[in-house]
Design a protein around this ligand. Structure first.
Ligand SMILES: *Cc1c(COP(=O)(O)O)cnc(C)c1O
Length: 361
């Protein structure tokens, strides 16, 4: 019997994650490899989070607290909302899926930028919706054009801010102009996975729209600055009405015990967050300057990665770097994305890139 798969699912391409370090070492018999591909925190997890894992391990025969009482309470306190405005996910990725399945009926539209986080399109299609991709302007979200793309069929609008993979941001004024035009039947998703890295004074306060009762959800994660990507935990802050709908399809134990406990500890580890920020900013400025010396002009970035044009097929440069044990990300065309790593890793990346691109000239 041939399988019967919905064409919306059959037409999807599996997400290709950044190659794990061990896999590359195995394939090329390299003594060492450096991963600058997935925007992880190069310092590692919060030591406070690590310290609570052993104590949580002894309770692993029990199901997690499905209501995540303590973590949701702590997040509510941190962001000055009520616990019923907080929803947790197995990574904020999972919440993107919950949003798509909750709000999209077949044929409904979700507006998003071109060159943005690929998971939006994947989840929208999987929910049988239509992804409306709005071209960017100089690698920035064209926010007025996104507002203009809203129709009666629009249910979701994604603003990835700062944007992955470009690192660029939408400003407070752009977001205010957008919010003045968005009708009530559209839920605006502000995906702020890199929020804690942002330096720019014009970054919007998206939570103010949630607090003002607008149909908005702000997504944040413990995978990036908190250094807990492997545990899979992210969260959304929205209205009680929206959490109520999302909770109807949320798998009851989607946030596991280790993740809940570690995230709670990491949330209070201000020293780890600020050390991570400081290192990222200093190193990002150095990598950007190093790239410029090599003749590559990276886009301005408010996140922990840089996006730049290598001037020729990015795939070739990506492969050549791989052979030198450096894993970056090739997204499309001539563009490469590199995560800011530790000082030594960044140096090795820059000198490998110099070798690779010089050899080709
Ligand atoms: C990394 C990332 C996420 C979150 O990932 P999770 O690990 O699932 O929390 C969400 N959005 C963007 C744009 C990201 O880059």
């Amino acid at each position: 019997m041939p399988l019967k798969v919905h064409p919306d699912i059959a037409s999807l391409v599996p997400y290709v994650p950044g190659k794990p370090i061990e896999e590359l070492q195995r394939e090329l018999s390299l003594p060492r490899a450096i991963k600058l591909a997935s925007n992880e925190n190069p310092i590692g997890p919060s030591p406070k989070a690590l310290a609570v894992l052993a104590e949580t391990a002894s309770t692993l025969h029990r199901y997690p607290d499905g209501g995540a009482f303590r973590l949701r309470g702590a997040l509510a306190e941190r962001w000055k909302v009520t616990p019923d405005q907080v929803i947790l996910g197995n990574g904020s990725d999972e919440i993107l899926g919950l949003l798509a399945r909750t709000f999209l009926s077949p044929g409904d539209e979700a507006v998003m930028a071109e060159h943005t986080f690929v998971i939006y399109k994947m989840e929208v299609k999987a929910a049988h919706g239509v992804a409306v991709e709005v071209p960017q302007k100089k690698w920035h979200h064209d926010v007025p054009a996104m507002a203009a793309a809203i129709t009666d069929k629009t249910r979701l609008l994604f603003v990835c801010n700062p944007n992955n993979p470009t690192g660029t941001m939408a400003t407070k004024a752009e977001v205010a102009a957008l919010m003045a035009l968005v009708p009530e039947h559209v839920v605006v998703v502000f995906d702020e996975a890199y929020y804690e890295y942002v330096r720019h004074p014009e970054f919007p306060e998206s939570l103010s729209y949630v607090k003002g009762g607008r149909n908005v959800i702000v997504l944040r994660t413990f995978s990036k600055i908190y250094g807990l990507a492997g545990l899979r935990i992210g969260y959304g802050i929205t209205t009680p009405e929206i959490t109520n709908y999302l909770n109807r399809i949320r798998p009851p134990f989607n946030a596991n015990s280790m993740a809940q406990r570690a995230a709670l500890a990491a949330l209070s580890d201000d020293a780890h967050v600020s050390a991570s920020r400081t290192l990222n900013h200093a190193e990002m400025d150095k990598v950007r300057a190093g790239l410029r010396t090599l003749g590559f002009d990276a886009l301005p970035s408010e996140a922990n990665f840089l996006y730049f044009d290598v001037g020729r097929d990015g795939r070739e440069v990506f492969d050549a770097l791989l052979r030198k044990g450096i894993i970056v990300r090739h997204i499309e065309g001539r563009m490469l994305r590199v995560t800011v790593g530790l000082p030594e890793e960044n140096q090795l990346f820059l000198s490998a890139l110099q070798d690779v691109t010089r050899a080709a000239r």
